[in-house]
Design a protein around this ligand. Structure first.
Ligand code: DAH
Length: 346
């Protein structure tokens, strides 16, 4: 075989391999290597031209046939059920044997947490993992430049929202307050209170340690009706915690500040593990668990709720924190560590 023919067959091998990776198979006919072979025909002495030209043409025809066959094969594939857990390999998805996998402990616990709130009359709504400045701050009574924005430092994208502010990874699930209030406010007049819990993944610019992760989960709660007061907030949270920990607990609140509640509280419960101090409660007998308060009138009216008629309460807690306390887990970083020795305990 002379040099030119060797090159035609080398290019042929290369392009046949490339065909596999192309989604549009006929694009192979536009390959620059094929075009270069055609360009070369004109440069050859006339006695070699015919044979080389014929070899190049045969390659093109062969590639065209292969592309067509591959296209037909792709379009004849059975439709893919994108909801199948592990893809279609055979008639049925092949599931991992259940003894080789288990639900993540946070998923297991979240199911229990949501079940308790569901039984208390709350609906469950999820929050997005990318959000805008309005839902993260402005709708929650943190105007631009408000100093409390600094407490919610998070990851920022380069993509702008519709007001030209960068889209952000939300630092809390309170981003859903405005949406939930807006969506359900019409029911208030018909006597249907707004009662929702919102689990979501949230992000913070943190110095990482046993109690701080950059990515974690929160559960937000919102309740709005006529005549709602702080006593109902405390009773709701206490009932939830006693059910979750299957134990009588004492709770206490102390004043705090959040822009989106007035008054705002830090909510603590008596340590579920001891009566006179242990390492979980730092020997104080109390554990500060969450932030809560009565929803600020600016937040309600921003969502179009009539503040002369309705009041509400809200809270937000870190789900890992609750679970860590239940099982005595000492480091929040275990949850995302993919450590099987940790995960297999659940
Ligand atoms: N969003 C607050 C945080 O992440 C927690 C919180 C406090 C949520 C008070 C609330 C609330 O709904 O009323 O720090």
């Amino acid at each position: 075989m002379n040099d030119q023919n060797t090159r035609v067959s080398e290019v042929g091998q290369l392009l046949k391999t490339r065909l596999n990776s192309l989604s549009n198979k006929t694009d192979i006919l536009k390959a620059v290597e094929l075009k270069a072979l055609y360009d070369e025909i004109k440069t050859l002495p006339s006695q070699q031209r015919a044979a080389f030209g014929q070899a190049v043409n045969e390659l093109k025809i062969e590639l065209a046939d292969l592309a067509k066959a591959a296209t037909d094969q792709t379009s004849n594939l059975p439709p893919i059920d994108i909801t199948a857990p592990f893809g279609p390999r055979g008639d049925k998805p092949i599931l991992l044997p259940s003894e080789q996998g288990s639900e993540h402990p946070l998923t297991q616990e979240l199911d229990k947490i949501l079940d308790i709130f569901y039984r208390m009359g709350f609906s469950v709504i999820e929050s997005p993992e990318i959000d805008d400045d309005y839902h993260m701050f402005s709708s929650l009574n943190f105007p631009l430049g408000h100093p409390a924005r600094d407490d919610y430092d998070t990851f920022i994208t380069t993509q702008p929202d519709k007001n030209g502010q960068p889209l952000i990874a939300p630092a809390h699930t309170s981003t859903m307050q405005n949406r939930v209030l807006t969506q359900f406010k019409d029911g208030l007049e018909k006597g249907q209170p707004i009662a929702a819990v919102i689990p979501g993944r949230v992000f913070r610019n943190e110095d990482l340690d046993a109690r701080h992760e950059h990515t974690f989960y929160q559960l937000e709660g919102i309740y709005v009706n006529r005549g709602v007061h702080a006593g109902q907030l405390i009773a709701t949270l206490k009932t939830f915690l006693q059910t979750y920990y299957s134990k009588e607990l004492r709770v206490k609140t102390q004043p705090f500040y959040f822009p989106f509640t007035e008054p705002s509280f830090e909510f603590a419960l008596s340590c579920p593990f001891c009566t006179d101090g242990c390492s979980v409660c730092s020997h104080s007998g109390w554990i500060e668990l969450l932030g809560c308060g009565l929803i600020h009138p600016n937040v309600l009216s921003q969502a179009g709720v009539d503040i002369s008629q309705y009041t509400g309460f809200a809270w937000g807690f870190g789900i890992e924190r609750l679970v860590m306390m239940k099982y005595g887990i000492e480091d929040i970083r275990y949850f995302q560590s993919a450590r099987l020795d940790f995960l297999r305990q659940f």
